[in-house]
Design a protein around this ligand. Sequence first.
Ligand code: SF4
Length: 446
Amino acid sequence: MSKSVAAPKAGPKVGLVSLGCPKALVDSERIVTQLKAEGYEISPDYAGADVVVVNTCGFLDSARAESLDAIGEALAENGKVIVTGCLGATPDLILSQYPNVLAVTGPHRYEQVMTAVHGVVPPRHDPFLDLVPPAGVKLTPRHYAYLKISEGCNHRCSFCIIPQLRGDLVSRPIDEVLREAENLVNGGVRELLVISQDTSAYGVDLRHKGAEWRGRERRAHMTDLAAGLGELGAWVRLHYVYPYPHVDEVIPLMAEGKVLPYLDIPFQHASASVLKAMRRPGNQEKVLQRLAAWRRDVPDLAIRSTFIVGFPGETEADFQELLGFLKEARLDRVGCFRYEAVAGAPANDLPGAVPEEVKEERWNRFMALQQEISIEKLDAKVGRTLQVIVDEIDTEDGVICRSYADAPEIDGNVIIEEPTRRLRPGEIVEVTIEAAGEYDLWGRLV
Ligand code: SF4
């Protein structure tokens, strides 16, 4: 008698459109993890999906427009659409334009997203599909992962609506974060990117309450977090840090090689009056002193930052001050945005709007200066041997890697045009730098 084995029935399919910043990407990863855990499959296209989840961004007006377009496209192509993410915090805006959307939920509302998905297409019961790896399912390449340590923000920067959308700071317990990081590293992740709205404020809301991990008490505090992550043997990169005095405590971890010598500090401006109008802390003198002290201990420290030009009330003198700061600070990686009004942000009521052509002109001057600094800093790396992590192989340009100074997607690359052996994504290798461009470096395998 022959036995016949039924082919496994495919699970219901969900399409996912993920827009926005790395924090939104983490939300998408959590949704995918939960969908997979319940036996759903992820559809790569609209046509094959039983329902489409659109994870939106609502930060800038341009991002809102992009999110609304994405919802319209999903409705036209599939018809069954659930909206989540930052734009979901304003359901009226979405439903007035797209009344056929099935459900709207705000950011981090994974359970509500799942409830809405269940309403459209119930999960297929299959106990084997519950076996999701403990590291979860990631949308980023397997070798790096974003580690979200908190939600929300206690600051009230006048150009930003994140506190309105996401509320005050809510930190995740330290043991939960470290366990997740450990699972990720055990699952093959070689680089952890710590993200939040303000990493230096981690644990303030918990009064830095401690918890045990690996047999030792750890405080919910940036220093203990960085030290714990540094024990895992992966690259650890800190994003969205403020130059507060306690950041000094992570510098020794960088000197010891436990945490990458990289800090992402969103300065936004340097002029005291603009920073005041932005409602941001900041004292140029102190910041420059702190940078100098950090660099004394960790000469290779790479600092990334973002700035806004053309903020309401910014005068030519304020802008000159910003350029002066840039010359002194000699930052490694810099992003610059022309100020753009965000619906609902207090800055919209400020006087002294800067004309678009002035914003454009300042942006060009800013970028030209920073480009000179970047070229000089990269040129100084020619001849040095750096550790790099392999991101992509077999591209037209060669093997694409990153050094400690390059966060994925936002910074530059180190390119090996002619690798002398086969490399794998996630491998960490040594490269001697032979040439430098405006943002990237080229080198050969050691
Ligand atoms: S620090 Fe300022 S810009 Fe960043 S999320 Fe908080 S309020 Fe927004």
